[in-house]
Unconditional design. Structure first.
Length: 262
């Protein structure tokens, strides 16, 4: 029976790049996202290019009933999942009180609750199967508060701290937990969040999703607690530790306001 890596948010961006990087190394995959046509095409392409088994499941993870259905199906089918990649997530930007609450709720359901639910459900499967590995995707912005993107920054702080806590809890059950904290990455995230990252740095410091995926998959062999791809991002993360909290708030708020033209 093949051992699968299950990747959420696998139809684009970092999730798609991770799927390709893992397939290149011979890893069988289960791809999860909302877009059936995109998943079908990606699964066929990766299977043909790399000769690995690629399954896909269409699921809106922000909908609790769909998520429960996915977990039930995985358990009933007895699929052996050796790696869970919780990559699915969305962002929102602008003043919190001016946001439509349904969008904020969707963000919290997907970025926080769905991720925790998958760790709980698939983590239990891994424990029964003798072990596994979990990679949760956070962000370097999880290291600081983020005015005008308050919910998004806070959701990534949850992912960071939750993952570190799980790492200690689950190591005795043979499950390794790592958290990925990429910096700005060339994906559709900024466009979907109505942000113009070019107003901040012209995109010069941004990494490609493929670069992030390559460095991440390479690091997964060591299973470190925190993966920060790229020396600039590691330098930035280290520098933040010297700033007082009020300075972090001011810096992040200024950058976000600039990107939003506020």
């Amino acid at each position: 029976m093949p051992r699968f890596a299950l990747i959420t948010g696998a139809s684009s961006g970092i999730g798609l790049a991770l799927a390709e990087a893992l397939a290149r190394r011979g890893q069988a995959l289960i791809l999860v996202a909302r877009q059936r046509d995109a998943l079908d095409s990606i699964a066929c392409e990766l299977s043909q290019r790399f000769g690995v088994e690629v399954l896909f499941r269409v699921c809106d993870l922000s909908e609790p009933l769909q998520l429960s259905g996915l977990l039930h199906e995985l358990e009933q089918n007895g699929l052996h999942i050796e790696l869970l990649v919780n990559n699915a997530g969305i962002g929102s930007s602008g003043a919190f009180l001016d946001q439509d609450w349904s969008r904020e709720q969707e963000l919290l359901e997907l970025n926080v609750l769905a991720l925790a639910r998958l760790c709980h459900g698939i983590g239990a499967l891994m424990a029964r199967q003798g072990g596994g590995q979990i990679l949760n995707v956070a962000s370097v912005v999880g290291l600081l508060p983020g005015p005008w993107m308050s919910s998004y920054y806070a959701s990534k702080a949850f992912v960071l701290h939750f993952s570190e806590g799980l790492r200690e809890e689950l190591k005795g059950r043979g499950i390794k937990v790592s958290v990925l904290c990429p910096g700005p990455t060339r994906t559709a995230f900024f466009r979907n969040a109505s942000m113009d990252i070019a107003k901040i740095d012209g995109g010069k410091l941004m990494m490609s999703a493929e670069e992030v995926a390559f460095l991440t998959v390479k690091a997964l062999r060591r299973a470190p607690a925190i993966i920060i791809p790229g020396w600039r991002n590691r330098l930035m993360a280290a520098g933040l530790s010297f700033l007082p909290r009020w300075a972090m708030r001011k810096l992040a708020g200024r950058l976000n306001r600039t990107a939003l033209s506020l």
